[in-house]
Design a protein around this ligand. Sequence first.
Ligand SMILES: Cc1ncc(COP(=O)(O)O)c(C=O)c1O
Length: 386
Amino acid sequence: MLETLAPKAPDSLLKIIKMFREDLRREKIDLGVGVYKDATGNTPVMRAVKDAETRLLTNQKTKTYVGQQGDVEFLRLVGELVFGDAGADMVSIQAVGGTGALRLGCDLLRESGAKRVVLPAPCWPNHPSIVRAAGMAPIDAPFFNIGEQRIDMDALLGAFAQLERGDAVILQAVCHNPLGADFSLEQWANLADALNAHGITPFLDLAYQGFGDGIDEDVVGLRAFLARVPEAVIAVSEAKTFGIYRERVGALYVKTAEKARAVVMSNLAAIARANYSMPPDHGAAIVREVLGDAVLRQSWRDELDDIRAHIKRTRTALAAARVNSLPMHLIAAQKGMFSTLPLSEAQVVVLREQHAIYMTDTARINVAGLREADIPRFVEALKAVA
Ligand SMILES: Cc1ncc(COP(=O)(O)O)c(C=O)c1O
């Protein structure tokens, strides 16, 4: 029977990663893969994470199951970090990374009757796959003018007017992947009002808290938005914020009326139970240890501040470059690891083949992957193609 399966196209990013690995040119630059790299090109384990792991190794007494909801103290601490006091009123469940949280949330939306999920384009390429895998239809909505590097609010709000009550929309909370362009407070308010007016459920995706302007600053928009809507689903990833990508740490939070909370929780528990039963413990335990201890928490905040400062320096250096037709100065104002350059696929291929510079086919660059020493060569290569 299995021989009847049709092959699936490999993830386009994995294709780029493989090509980069097999490229023997020493001067090659990897701006494709989406992880933070320090000035030497490494993705280090944060000091607070190492210390937390040492404590866990010493103190952990059992490896028995944690429970259906996952680590409740982890959920409380992350809820506080993201939502402040409002976290206490949310339904929550630990998830297998932010991706797992997105899938749980999509399954929940489908169970509650949603059939379509709007994805402001360009979106994180995994969003449509997750929506489809959950049995719903992804709908593209215009969102961003790449040539001018600006959010097109009129186009996005116009698209909402075409939707039906019960549809949902996935919005990235901060440090948009792949655009680096975030909503202003005014835009968040407009979004909330439009979604309320059309009966569309917001699903927020928070994967880069601390990579934009600061841990607290990065959730100001999200919190203001949530205060304006009666219901929302929020997927949180701690992969980047704690540099624990492979530990698969995430959580799903749901804002809803008090009387609906027990039913929402029971649905989430049932979805998780039939899928992976219980989430992995180690990564969540690390986050719990770090957030729950004043010394580790400060050390983590300090290191995250350094990471953010490094990304900002790279953005500023790029913005200072004069590259013919590219609006490089706008890149500096953007947030987080990614930006998408207004380059054609043909230009991306020339950068790869002639200059050994790797980015996605859609010209997304991981700003955090660009070493200071490589900036002049990157800029010269851009000048040669654009
Ligand atoms: C926008 C966005 N959402 C969610 C995720 C999921 O992260 P993870 O599953 O690694 O926790 C990512 C990871 O790249 C992302 O960029």
